[in-house]
Design a protein around this ligand. Structure first.
Ligand code: KG4
Ligand code: ZN
Length: 328
């Protein structure tokens, strides 16, 4: 069936058309205005979605080569995310569904990130482990089958994406921090600064990144670039500390569950050092790397999961609301 997916939970206005599991279009308008402020300003995000939703939707329909009246269902993110931003997408989706006389379904953004792994690997074998690493979440999931997920552990404080974003700010780099850190770490020696890997000796699956960020702050207060430790060395060391913390707990999850098929999801899943380190601990055939376009926020994961849920006979009542702190 033809499903239009709408995603506005943070600073990406994203719309996609999916038909029988195939993504026909995936349009993303990123709000670069937030880089001036070093982070997402919620009020500005809502206003930008409001401005862009019509245009992005038109483009998604145009690129998919369908007609607006071909749409059979609408899927929209209703949480977790920024309340005002979510409201713009949900209101727009409801208006469109009412206007077209089609069904609507609310989608959990985190579940969509996880299921985005099936987009290019629909033959993926259940069960698998999924490390969900985004700007707001760091969680390790056991995915038993569709709609049957067990949370194995999560972060106690900052998310991995936040560690990248806040670290980049301390390092004087731009926003979002992940791609900036990845770029500036290139060529650096990750062994030259010994940043902490929190909870590495704990036998619990949990993460913590706030101490790492503080140790970077203290380090930078007295750091002067020299030939013995270049800026790239510092950035590479910081990046590697984040990645090692993630990898340590993936290893622990493999040991405790006996499952060694691993997927990654969320914006940080774009990181090439994470992908390299994961490849070094797991047989390549057992790793699912989502397409880079489906890691950061996108509409494809929403339209795709929406179609799956419609096919399972699910749909939402028109009176559903937003859930800013929605858990899976
Ligand atoms: O999934 P996402 O687009 O939005 C949320 O749902 O939060 O993730 C955004 C996060 C940001 O923290 C950003 O810095 C991080 O993903 N990110 C990266 C990379 N690209 C984006 N982190 C590390 N390396 C990257 N290449
Ligand atoms: Zn996300």
């Amino acid at each position: 069936m033809i499903v239009l997916g709408i995603e506005t939970s943070c600073d990406e206005t994203a719309v996609s058309v999916c038909n029988n599991g195939e993504i026909l279009s995936n349009i993303i308008s990123s709000q670069i205005i937030h880089s001036e402020y070093g982070g997402v300003v919620p009020e500005i995000a809502s206003r930008e979605h409001e401005k862009m939703l019509n245009t992005v939707t038109d483009k998604a329909i145009f690129e998919s080569k369908i007609k607006i009246n071909d749409i059979e269902g609408i899927a929209v993110t209703n949480g977790p995310g920024l309340a005002g931003a979510l409201l713009t997408g949900v209101s727009f989706a409801k208006g469109l569904a009412l206007g077209l006389g089609v069904k609507i379904i609310s989608i959990n953004h985190l579940e969509a990130h996880i299921i985005a792994n099936l987009l290019d690997s629909s033959d993926i074998e259940f069960p698998f482990l999924c490390l969900l690493v985004s700007g707001g979440h760091t969680q390790l999931w056991l995915i038993k089958k569709l709609e049957d997920y067990i949370l194995l552990g999560e972060t106690r404080d900052d998310a991995a994406g936040e560690a990248f974003d806040k670290g980049a700010r301390i390092l004087g780099l731009g926003y979002p921090g992940g791609p900036e850190i990845e770029k500036h770490a290139s060529g650096g020696n990750y062994k030259l600064v010994d940043f902490p890997r929190a909870l590495s000796r704990s036998d619990k699956i949990e993460f913590s990144f706030s101490g790492l960020k503080t140790s970077l702050l203290y380090f930078m207060e007295s750091y002067e670039e020299s030939s013995s430790i270049s800026f790239a060395d510092v950035v590479a060391s910081y990046q590697r500390a984040i990645i090692d913390s993630l990898i340590n707990k993936i290893k622990l999850a493999i040991e405790t569950t006996g499952i060694n098929t691993i997927a990654i999801a969320g914006g940080v899943a774009k990181n090439s050092e994470l992908r390299r380190q994961l490849s070094s601990i797991v047989d390549a055939k057992k790793i699912i790397f989502p397409n880079l376009n489906y890691c950061t926020d996108n509409g494809a994961m929403i339209s795709y999961l929406g179609e799956i849920k419609f096919n399972l006979g699910k749909k939402s009542n028109m009176n559903f609301g937003i859930i800013p702190n929605f858990q899976i």
